[in-house]
Design a protein around this ligand. Structure first.
Ligand code: HAM
Length: 420
């Protein structure tokens, strides 16, 4: 138990972490290009934030939160997602006073007490973006284009963007009554969870995974057919903007999303040869959430994508991630008496921007080179009495097996190293 990570969590080991860093670098680049700035919020928040924000009829709040009382007897919850915390921060720091829109992003760990399986964990990581302060449909479309562009740049294929509109509180209220009228005849056949949803949040029944409920909702009226004119015009314009950016999409009237805050646009991105765990990205507009959490009336929209699911999908699609963290040079030395010279040279090379390392185990020079080979280092040198006295050294290109004699100085060695 002591030497096993808790169920649903995992270590990201050095042989994998370079892949995370590669993707995170790409994420940071794309955020800069979209004018999106990072916000870092706490891992835990007051429980009420998620109850009010995510919605207390959602699976996340009802069943999946890691909630505890701290020593001051406050109810605290490990964040199950990033939107509520970003909204709290937006309100707390008066970001609505800044010129709008405010475009925020986060790369965070999240916690949900779910049944662990491939692509579903209890601790997982999200990259998310939130746009505040604009109700323009162009913001919805640009926000959807961000993960799409990221996935494309990372080489993913077979992606589908599924979009829907779930209207505003006004048209949804009317629709909920229509839906309940339709479902009432088969109420007894609904699963227990959906019976519970019937009065509290009937729209979520459309999203139930139980085969019987799926069958029941097949002929149900669809919200997309009942949305008001304003919501409909908004949705049509989002579609036009997506088309103008060459982003293919499909309309899926059954997307309702598992969190309560959405209004108008909702979307999910799925990958074709994906593991069985649903979407790799999801989000939408949430025009009422800032106000619900105590801020002014500020429209907003955003998305979050799962980092683990992204990596799994890349792996399934055979996409190679280059390991850009390999050392440039290994500085071998013969005899203990030259160890300090080697250490100083490594320090000088590092200060010149070269990734360099040397032995710390007192290995023979042969064993040092064997180790360098294992690390996949591109260049190596060996420092013996002769090299140090003559101020000349052989720089070996380990990939090509070639070598050339150069002056033994950090500057000259650095100049001769060709970085990938
Ligand atoms: P969500 O659909 O609950 O939305 O989560 C977004 C993504 O996080 C999912 O598409 C999936 O890739 C990943 N994910 C969710 N749960 C797990 C899990 N247990 N294990 C692994 N990955 C998981 C949200 O969280 C919203 N806050 C998105 C949003 C932002 N909407 C507006 N702004």
């Amino acid at each position: 138990m002591l030497t096993k990570a808790p169920k649903g969590t995992m270590d990201i080991l050095p042989e994998i972490s370079y892949k995370w860093q590669y993707i995170e670098d790409e994420i940071r680049r794309i955020c800069r290009q979209f004018g999106v700035k990072e916000v870092r919020t706490p891992v835990f928040e007051h429980t009420e934030l998620f109850q009010r924000g995510v919605g207390d009829t959602t699976d996340v709040v009802e069943k999946e939160m890691y909630t505890f009382n701290d020593k001051g007897d406050r109810s605290i919850t490990l964040r199950p997602e990033g939107t509520a915390g970003a909204v709290r921060s937006f309100i707390e720091h008066g970001m609505f006073n800044n010129p709008q829109p405010t475009k925020l992003c986060y790369l965070i760990s999240c916690y949900r007490y779910e049944k662990p399986q491939a692509g579903r964990y209890r601790e997982f990581h999200q990259f998310g973006v939130e746009y505040f302060g604009t109700q323009n449909p162009s913001a919805d479309a640009e926000m959807i284009s961000l993960p799409w562009t990221l996935y494309k740049r990372l080489g993913l294929t077979g992606l589908t963007v599924n979009i829907n509109s779930i209207g505003c509180p006004v048209c949804r209220k009317e629709y909920n009554e229509k839906l309940k009228d339709y479902l009432r005849a088969r109420y007894d056949d609904l699963c227990d969870t959906c019976k519970n949803r019937f009065d509290r949040n009937p729209m979520r029944i459309l999203d139930c995974k139980s085969p019987i409920c799926k069958d029941i909702v097949k002929g149900a009226p669809l919200l997309i057919d009942s949305i008001c004119e304003e919501c409909s015009t908004h949705f049509e314009t989002v579609k036009k903007y997506l088309t103008s950016m060459d982003i293919p999409f499909e309309i899926d009237p059954y997307i309702v999303r598992g969190l309560d805050y959405y209004t108008k646009t909702v979307f999910e991105i799925t990958a074709k040869n994906e593991n069985s765990n649903g979407t790799i990205c999801g989000g939408g507009r949430y025009d009422g959430l800032v106000e619900e959490l105590g801020g002014g009336s500020v429209p907003a929209c955003g998305f979050a994508l799962g980092m683990e699911r992204l990596l799994l999908t890349m792996q399934e699609q055979g996409i190679d991630i280059p390991d850009t963290h390999k050392l440039d040079i290994y500085v071998g030395h013969i005899g203990d008496e030259n160890a300090m010279f080697a250490q100083k040279l490594v320090a000088d090379l590092r200060s010149l921007g070269i990734c360099a390392d040397r032995d710390h185990l007192g290995r023979s020079v042969k064993a040092q080179m064997k180790y360098a080979n294992k690390l996949g280092v591109k260049y190596s040198i060996i420092l013996g009495d002769e090299e140090i006295a003559g101020k000349k050294v052989n720089l070996k290109n380990m990939d090509e097996g070639t070598q050339k004699e150069i002056e033994l100085s950090a500057e000259i060695i650095a100049k001769n190293i060709v970085k990938e």
